[in-house]
Design a protein around this ligand. Structure first.
Ligand SMILES: NC(=O)c1ccc[n+]([C@@H]2O[C@H](COP(=O)([O-])OP(=O)(O)OC[C@H]3O[C@@H](n4cnc5c(N)ncnc54)[C@H](O)[C@@H]3O)[C@@H](O)[C@H]2O)c1
Length: 296
């Protein structure tokens, strides 16, 4: 495939909007699609305020900021992706929902297009099997927030071709990222290690070992993590953390990955973390000023 000129991003939440911003800032034309028009307008304003902030801090020139904004297009119509060279899916972490989206993308996208998933844990091989182009399906796992975090974890499905891998790696590097490569086993590299730690922090809280503040402070000052595991869970989204633990538990078949009942209960109660104003911590009344720099 020749150079990627146009990208389609599906899902305008925290990851999709960040991925669209990174691509536009690196000279790629981007269509960002979400089913929910409100999510799209939130994405549009958060991307433009982020770009304006970078320009005001002189991290980005005025011309580059204007160019990035010009490259971004927002759409509720997935058919607009028929011209895209490369499509990155960043919707809800559910295998069924992702598969039904990939069935549609397979029909809409041009035959040479690569379909990538930003999944945190779901089998790329199984997502690919819902399409007729499994050699052109790959995992492209950005870290949160995509404009800040340097890493992309590329996941090769069972049928991912060498060419698909090479194009995805070249695109990741063009976006200024450092690439690591994982085989397609549940959780890949980063979440296989990170999520059990977060889950264990919930077990420590559940068992009354310590307060949430002491668990987080212990891991920040004791192990030099920039964020404690519980505040990191709130930042990622407790629903996302729970989905990943369930994928690890089912996929790796070991009870050590069973989600902590307290994590399950918080999600059941709608305490999803920062995005809802409440998770392990409450943000609406007393916003925490944690400056995060290392997240999945
Ligand atoms: N949150 C993180 O820290 C993080 C990090 C890396 C990867 N991920 C992965 O990225 C993906 C997205 O996570 P997020 O945190 O951005 O979620 P989010 O809840 O912030 O956003 C998801 C968006 O997808 C939209 N959506 C849902 N179904 C759709 C569909 N069928 N078609 C179009 N749009 C649809 C929703 O309206 C929403 O705007 C997940 O697979 C997640 O595991 C998340």
């Amino acid at each position: 495939m020749s150079e990627v000129k146009m990208i389609g991003v599906v899902g305008g939440g925290q990851m999709g909007s960040g991925i669209a911003q990174v691509a536009a800032m690196h000279g790629v034309d981007v269509f960002l699609h979400d089913l929910d028009p409100q999510a799209l307008s939130k994405a549009s304003s958060s991307i433009s305020s982020s770009i304006h902030r970078l320009v005001s801090k002189a991290t980005l020139s005025q011309a580059a900021g204007a160019d990035a904004l010009k490259r971004l297009h927002f759409t509720t119509d997935l058919e607009d992706f028929h011209m895209a060279d490369f499509i990155i899916e960043a919707i809800v972490e559910s295998e069924d929902v992702k598969k039904s989206l990939f069935v549609k993308l397979d029909k809409i996208a041009k035959s040479s297009a690569i379909l990538a998933s930003n999944t945190s844990s779901i089998s790329v091989t199984r997502i690919a099997s819902s399409t007729t182009r499994s050699s052109q399906v790959i995992g492209m796992h950005f870290m949160n927030p995509p404009p800040v975090m340097k890493l992309i974890e590329i996941v090769r499905g069972a049928d991912t071709s060498d060419e698909t891998f090479a194009v995805t790696k070249a695109l990741s590097e063009r976006l200024g990222k450092i690439v690591i490569t994982s085989k397609d086993y549940s959780g890949f590299i980063v979440n296989r290690i990170l999520m059990p730690m977060i889950n264990e922090a919930f077990f420590a809280l559940y068992a009354g070992v310590a307060t949430k503040e002491d668990i987080d402070t212990g891991m920040k000052l004791g192990t030099n993590h920039p964020m404690g595991p519980l505040e990191l869970a709130d930042f990622i989204g407790l629903d996302v953390c729970l989905s990943i633990m369930r994928v690890l538990h089912a996929g790796l078949g070991d009870n050590k990955y069973a989600p902590c009942p307290l994590l399950v209960q918080y999600v059941d109660a709608g305490r999803l973390g920062r995005k809802r104003g409440i998770g392990v911590y409450e943000y609406s009344k007393e916003p925490r000023s944690t400056k995060s720099s290392s997240r999945l």
